[in-house]
Design a protein around this ligand. Structure first.
Ligand code: MRU
Length: 334
């Protein structure tokens, strides 16, 4: 089994290096930058994407805010700029809060850059370790060699470590517990057919891409043993926001008696929010529905809606696999 020789992001030569995910799977292109605006734009355009990855990128951006300029004003304005990139994934706000806490604890006159950099490295390392724990804890949900269905991309491209749902699937495959992976293409930005397919192809795991609307049919005709997705924010009662289409998948799973699991690090859990109604759902440009790689597939100005996430109610979730163990409904996170 090949280890990924690609990575979502890392820090080198005092700059953030990230793979431009908008170019995948056709081009594997890395960007090296120490520019906060470039990083914020990359998060908005989904060059860097996946809840944990955007948190890590934002943490390094906050460290970089003190590399050339050393003012607290620039720290504060960079923080606000990054907070405004994407509203739904709590990992972004968690990472920014961590960086702010460190910055505020420093005595005046101290060079903040190395201290903030070491905190960002610690956040990255924590993510690597939590991915390993999630993958180990997730094996428990495989009762036999299984057909698995997943949505969006939750592999090494979405995190600093090996992944969440896709990493569970990868480890289960290595343990002989995965027969075939069905990959929702994930409209409109195709994280499934571009990114998850890229990773599964690279790892040599057998898979088929399906359109999001085929999932119920595949459950009925082929037989899916379990569904595993990631999450962008899990609130106190277990309601979970994830890529648009996840809620449909959970409903189809319930109808067909397929256990529906979520895999996510502890940093995705937001116990300050009580139910899914408290989650802000990102609404993106309508034209994303009509344009693929710069080519129009319909009239880009047609009226449309483009919510980027939906919320799956906790009673549809058979279990939440975290780095601290497998949680079952009704959910309490302590
Ligand atoms: O819009 P994206 O591509 O950032 O959405 C990503 C997802 O919805 C993932 O499932 C989620 O962030 C978990 S990644 C481990």
């Amino acid at each position: 089994m090949k280890k990924p020789d690609f990575f979502a992001l890392r820090f080198r030569d005092n700059q953030l290096e990230f793979i431009d995910q908008t170019k995948l799977p056709f081009e594997v292109e890395y960007v090296l930058t120490d520019d906060i605006e470039r990083i914020a734009g990359a998060i908005e355009r989904l060059e860097i994407r996946g809840a944990p990855a955007i948190g890590i990128a934002a943490a390094f951006a906050m460290a970089l805010s003190q590399k050339k300029e050393t003012s607290s004003e620039f720290f504060a304005s960079s923080l606000v700029r990054l907070q405004r990139t994407r509203p739904t994934a709590v990992n972004l706000f968690w990472a920014l809060d961590e960086m702010r806490g460190v910055f505020n604890s420093l005595n005046p006159g101290i060079d903040a850059y190395p201290v903030l950099l070491s905190k960002a490295q610690q956040i990255l390392q924590g993510d690597v370790e939590s991915c390993d724990a999630i993958a180990a804890n997730g094996l428990e949900v495989f009762l036999k060699p299984s057909n698995v269905l997943t949505h969006c991309n939750t592999g090494a491209l979405a995190l600093g470590g090996g992944g969440t749902a896709l990493y569970v699937i990868k480890k289960a495959y290595e343990a002989g517990l995965v027969k075939h992976v069905y990959v929702d293409e994930t409209r409109p930005l195709l994280q499934g057919s571009r990114l998850t397919a890229f990773e599964l192809d690279y790892y040599g795991i057998p898979f088929s891409v399906i359109t999001d609307s085929m999932a119920a049919f595949i459950m009925k005709t082929v037989g899916i043993d379990l569904v595993i997705t990631g999450a962008d924010r899990i609130v106190a009662n277990g309601d979970s926001a994830n890529k648009i289409g996840t809620y449909n998948l959970a409903i189809a799973s319930s109808y067909h008696n397929v256990p529906f699991y979520i895999a996510a690090p502890w940093t995705t859990i937001d116990t300050n929010s009580q139910t899914g109604d408290d989650i802000v759902i990102e609404e993106r440009k309508q034209s994303e529905l009509f344009t693929v790689r710069g080519n129009d597939i319909s009239i880009p100005t047609y009226p449309a809606r483009n919510p980027s996430f939906d919320v799956t109610p906790s009673n549809l979730i058979a279990g939440i696999i975290t780095d601290r163990g497998l949680y079952r409904y009704p959910y309490t996170f302590v």
